[in-house]
Design a protein around this ligand. Sequence first.
Ligand code: HEC
Length: 90
Amino acid sequence: MVRRELATPIQFSLDIDPILEANCSVCHSGLFTYQNVTNNYIDAGDPSNSLILLKPSGGVGHGGGTFESWKVGTQNYRFLLDWISEGAEP
Ligand code: HEC
């Protein structure tokens, strides 16, 4: 599914945006722009405490529910976690 060069930081535009589009835009169309995500939905100092991970993984209540493919340890979860940990590059 996701292919990347290990030396290259994960990028929002190339890597993360398509995942959020595919998984979240049915309910959150237009919400997860780079600016909005980095300003409001990530915790750079504690990546696993990011709302964008807590909501779909079931870490906190979510109007959209908990998604099996977003639980802690899934590929989606780890990929977003790594993106945040690597500095949330655009
Ligand atoms: C079936 C519809 C639905 C889908 C799909 C969905 N959500 Fe949500 N989401 C909601 C609803 C409804 C709310 C508002 C209630 C709440 O805060 O839980 C919400 C709220 C949120 C919030 C808080 C927004 C805020 O400003 O407080 C985040 C973050 C979030 N969702 C992340 C995601 C992510 C990431 C995905 C995709 C992996 C996703 N959601 C997919 C319905 C959905």
